[in-house]
Design a protein around this ligand. Sequence first.
Ligand code: GDP
Ligand code: CA
Length: 338
Amino acid sequence: MRITVLAGGIGGARFLRGLKAAAPDAEITVVGNTGDDIHLFGLKVCPDLDTLMYTLGGGIHEEQGWGRAEETWSVKGELAAYGVGPSWFGLGDKDFATHIVRTQMLAAGYPLSAVTEALCDRWQPGVRLLPMTDDRVETHVVIDDPDSGERRAVHFQEYWVKLHAAVDAHAIVPVGADGAKPGPGVVEAIREADVVLLPPSNPIVSVGTILAVPGVREAVVATTAPVVGLSPIIGGAPVRGMADKVLEAVGVETSAAAVALHYGARAADRSGAGRAPAERPAGVLDGWLVDSSDAAAVPAVEAAGISCRAVPLWMTDTEATAAMARAALALAEEVRAK
Ligand code: GDP
Ligand code: CA
């Protein structure tokens, strides 16, 4: 079975660990978000790709969910001694090595997809990890500057890591997405999959950014595979992180049902009946899982044409997460049989 997953960082990575346990014989392809990528200290940093690679390859700092286990911080201290920032982005010594290798390969002319493959050669994540694009895409967030009060766009990392999403976001803009091409193998992996899964990743700045690359949403809409997603929102709040802030910025309520409706039903668009108005992008979901505590959301999601089930969605350990993955695959089979 070929399973393709569109993933952000922590939520995507943890889900994939469960999926690997649930479907050990499956060929899993992961399309990773690169909208969070940032240039720091002359180096290209890919936070979501690295979280996926370190988590699945056994090098992640477990509690933190990003960066390396048993990290040291000598370089960071030395940079600070030179007065060179930013100090708000945590790059440890081991992590620095990854970014040095990546930047060196990019400078030598290799595309990000080839660099990612080379890095994964060391980490052996057990999945094929594809950047959503080899082109530069950067998610920016429009805010009112907390100091000057002026409206300006900041890099997503500045909004998330430096400002802790504590100021209101007025808009989320995947800068460069319009002109980006899907990375090698991305469209094929979606179109030729047996199942496509949207893990409980951030629906706006992770999965939304991947879908913003022209050709990717179209591939999800057109694939013959069932497409099933899992809610990152439980009981009206993100399980971890600040997804509510970016949902608010795009006018989507922080609830499991609202996120499903934001993704939209795929079936209606494929048949042509009930086609979304031209200004609304085509939907991507056949099925949606909400947490057991959100069972009351099921009828609203089903009324929108998306098959919906309520199951436990807390990724507390690999076994609980594997059960979520099995539920997603079971729903995919149900949808396929329809
Ligand atoms: P990021 O790029 O590191 O922010 O990670 P993702 O975009 O892949 O995932 C972030 C999302 O994961 C957040 O919106 C969380 O709500 C969600 N999340 C984290 N842990 C869990 C969990 O145990 N269960 C569910 N359902 N969602 C989770
Ligand atoms: Ca991310």
